[in-house]
Structure formats: structure tokens, C-alpha cells
Design a protein around this ligand. Sequence first.
Ligand code: HEM
Length: 129
Amino acid sequence: PESRSFYDEVGGADTFARLTHTFYSEVAKDEILRPLYPEEDLGPAERRLRMFLEQYWGGPRTYSEERGHPRLRMRHHPYKIGPIERDAWLRCMHTAIAEIDSQTLDDEHRRALTDYMEMAAQSMVNSPF
Ligand code: HEM
């Protein structure tokens, strides 16, 4: 193909599955984040984050087929997200990104992914405390 997406460049479905799986195993251990998740089973939430990220980075559009327009800020409204929750979320995500090897994710792609996560987490903050 003449233009590969970021999704393809970083290893496609396998990479996003590993990323979100590590992320949610960190959430499961996190005493700030874990209580925010309404369901006992984190599997469905893991799948939604995976599909969203795949779509965002140019992969399959399954997220919107199933969930419609992302409207992520609105979907996070029920949860109090202040600086503490944001930092906890980013801690889990930084761990997940760090677990992807440098063959799969070179420095430039790693930087782009990390910058995006930091921006996105900040944009989800809906409480000053
Ligand atoms: C859903 C917490 C940031 C993407 C959720 C849910 C919680 C949550 C509790 C509900 C679980 C579920 O049913 O899916 C947080 C917290 C954040 C944060 C505390 C801290 C800043 C983000 C960011 C993204 C994101 C930065 C994207 C890059 C999603 C997606 C869903 C979701 C795609 C499922 C939405 C749906 O289709 O219903 N989040 N989140 N979240 N979150 Fe977050």
C-alpha cells in the first residue's frame, strides 16, 4: 500500500491487544482506578479501549460500528476524573507502552503514542481536585 497507517507501522492488532491488555492488568492493581470501573469484569472495558485506539490510529473502525461516535469526554462524565485519576491512568499507560519492545515501537512512534495519551488523559479531566 502507498501509505501505511500508524496502526500498521507499529504492528497492528497484536500491538494494540498487548498494549490494552497490560494497561488493564495495571488498572486491576491500581487502588485509585479500580474502584471507578463499574463492572467486576474488566474484559469488556479493555476491548472498548482497544477498539477505540485501533480506530484512532488508522486501523479497523469496529469501535464506531459498535459504539457510534466516540464522544469520549461525554462518556467519562459519570466518573470523577481529577489530577490524581489522570496521573494514575497515565502511570498504567506508561507501563503498558514501556512493555512494547523497541523493534515493534521505535522511538518516534513511542513518542507519538505517549504524547497522544498525555493529551487525551488531560482532555478527560472533569474535576479540579
Ligand atoms: C471508558 C476511566 C481516560 C478511553 C472508561 C470507563 C472508565 C474510564 C471508568 C468505563 C469503563 C467502560 O465501561 O468502558 C478513565 C479515567 C481516565 C480515562 C479515570 C483518566 C484520564 C481515557 C483516555 C482514553 C479513554 C485518555 C482514550 C485515549 C476510554 C474508552 C472507553 C472508556 C474508549 C469506553 C467508552 C465506551 O464506548 O463506552 N474510562 N478513562 N479513557 N475510556 Fe476511559
